[in-house]
Ligand binder design. Structure first.
Ligand code: HXC
Length: 256
């Protein structure tokens, strides 16, 4: 099963499941997650959502590099748009979303997590935007959402270096709200989701809309430009070298 949906009273738990690739997103998986969020959004009995990854190793290890490696500019742009649809589904979900980050949240995985309203992490959580090492810029909202979440300096460090950030550091920089043991991460997330669910749904919706206004000035145009530059990266040599190196399990060599 690509995505599992379970419910605890008025909280839905959506579990992304593609364990053979550490829950990395190929086209089918992206569509399955979008469909699941949409399906839950349509349910009047659900008031908040917990989004997590199957297993003990990964929330999601990013977009599927084996799928992306041979894409051309048009294919890259299309895949970028699909990823935007995924992160938009999370960001614009009718119910608030808590990401329960249970391991790797890399590239697109990190971008899905930061599209959620709130993040809880287990001690083994690892966040990174490693795209530039693969010859592409982040393409699923990371360039716009990460600076707003952790500040421009820390976002620049993460996005330009690709450096990994563990759970303790993620807590310190505001990338996650709290750390919970892996065994109780989803329960703790459900508990907070239930607190949200007990409040006035109309007031919660209004508060979310208002909080988005605090940051939304340039988001739409920023995301449009991100999508454009992401697609363009697939026309140059670095995306092929960066992604082939991952597939061939070697270090990439980027020429000037
Ligand atoms: C495809 C992936 C994958 C990915 C892991 N796998 N991440 N396949 N795309 N993003 C696969 C591996 O190829 C391997 O399958 C299996 O999952 C287990 O991974 P291993 O590498 O063997 O595990 P480990 O040595 O523990 O390393 C874990 C890891 C590493 C550190 C997470 O897998 C890794 O660096 N993955 C890539 C992470 C990344 O760069 N993500 C960002 C992608 S770009 P096989 O069958 O080979 O053994 C991105 C852009 C978003 O997300 C916007 C673009 C549209």
């Amino acid at each position: 099963m690509a995505v599992d949906i379970s419910t605890r009273d008025s909280v839905a738990v959506i579990t992304m499941s593609r364990p053979e690739a550490l829950n990395a997103f190929n086209v089918e998986q992206i569509q399955a997650v979008i469909d699941s969020v949409t399906q839950v959004n349509d349910r009047a009995d659900i008031r908040s959502i917990v989004l997590t990854g199957e297993g003990e190793r990964a929330f999601a290890a990013g977009a599927d590099i084996k799928y992306m490696v041979d894409l051309d500019g048009a294919g890259g742009a299309e895949f970028g748009r699909l990823g935007h649809a995924l992160t938009r589904a999370v960001a614009e979900s009718r119910q608030p979303v808590i990401a329960a980050v249970n391991g790797f949240a890399l590239g697109g995985g990190c971008e899905v997590a930061i599209a959620a309203d709130i993040r809880f992490a287990s001690p083994n959580a690892v966040f990174a935007q490693p795209e530039v090492g693969l010859g592409i810029p982040p393409g699923w909202g990371g360039t716009q959402r990460l600076p707003r979440l952790v500040g421009p300096g820390m976002a620049a460090e993460m996005i330009l270096s690709g450096r990994r950030v563990g759970a303790d550091e993620a807590l310190r920089i505001g990338l996650v709200n709290a750390i919970h043991p892996l065994e109780t991460l989803v329960e703790a997330s459900v508990e907070l989701a239930a607190q949200i669910a007990a409040n006035s749904p109309r007031a919660v919706a209004a508060a979310r809309d208002l909080m988005k206004l605090a940051f939304n000035g340039q988001t739409a145009s920023g995301l449009a430009t991100e999508a454009e530059l992401f697609g363009e990266a697939f026309n140059g040599p670095d995306q092929k070298e960066g992604m082939r190196a991952f597939v061939e399990k070697r270090k990439p060599i980027f020429e000037n």
